[in-house]
Design a binder for this molecule. Structure first.
Ligand code: ZN
Length: 265
């Protein structure tokens, strides 16, 4: 339709072009008789329609701009520490925290958030026992790009708190480990103790943690063991048990991993 003929009562009105532009954007409409009545007061219903029209157009605009990150096919193996006969690590406060279960809940949430972007394999999805070597070999056999073993920490009651990320002594990924550690600590409302390494006491080029070492000697490129907090520290333990915090910390960690592979294609 020709702009000039769109409404029969706006010609030479000071807002003529603006009204036509708003019509083209599907924000405003005229009346059935072909008029716009540019100087008539708005009713509440008309303002509501205008507001909704603006909202709809914004939604369309935002949707057009959404671009999914291009991430190549990567395999991430996530290991929920302990389980099965190994259920000894419990909290000293009687809150009912069992490390084996807490680790599994976090890993299942992490899988949910990573799965849209990566091939994600859990070493266990139920309460079963696996040796350290068996866990690492899941990563090795699946040619994992990243292997993450999930734990919670323990020390004397209410002494020591926060998140620790252990990095492989041979394949260092400190920057990513730091981002992941900070993200989990923030979600759990606790401190980040930093990215650490723990070399073997027999051979410093090997990892103390068997689960990391088996992955390391078999060339998995990124290996972390993450202590998500101290179940021996009351506030950390509450966070480790809290469903919302488990979800948020898993989602926050997943976002860092997604961002990492979005940049490092
Ligand atoms: Zn553990």
């Amino acid at each position: 339709m020709d702009n000039k003929n769109r409404f029969n009562d706006i010609k030479n009105h000071w807002a003529e072009s603006v009204i036509n532009e708003a019509y083209d954007l599907a924000l405003v409409e005229g009346y059935d008789d072909g008029t716009f009545k540019p100087d008539q007061q708005c009713s509440r219903a008309e303002v509501t329609v205008l507001g909704l029209n603006i909202y709809k157009q914004l939604e369309i605009l935002i949707d057009k701009k959404k671009v999914k990150p291009t991430i190549p096919t990567r395999t991430i193996v996530v290991d929920a520490g302990h389980g099965g006969k190994d259920r000894a690590n419990i909290d000293p406060f009687g809150l009912g925290y069992v490390e084996a279960d807490g680790n599994l809940k976090f890993c299942l949430a992490l899988k949910k958030y990573l799965s849209p972007y990566f091939k994600v394999i859990l070493t266990r999805e139920t309460d079963i026992f696996l040796t350290w070597t068996e866990r690492a070999m899941v990563a090795v056999n699946n040619k994992a790009d990243m292997f993450v073993s999930i734990h919670s920490d323990a020390y004397k009651k209410n002494i020591g708190q926060g998140v620790t990320v252990f990095d492989s002594v041979a394949r260092k990924n400190e920057a990513l480990g730091s981002k992941i550690g900070l993200a989990i600590a923030e979600a759990n409302n606790t401190v980040f103790r930093g990215v650490k390494e723990r070399p073997s006491t027999f051979n410093p080029i090997l990892d103390y943690y068997t689960v990391m070492n088996v992955a390391q000697v078999n060339n998995v490129p990124i290996i972390f063991l993450i202590e998500r907090g101290f179940h021996t520290y009351f506030k950390d333990c509450q966070a480790l048990l809290d469903t919302d915090m488990i979800e948020l910390s898993a989602k926050s960690m997943a976002n860092e991993v997604i961002a990492y592979y979005s940049k490092n294609t």
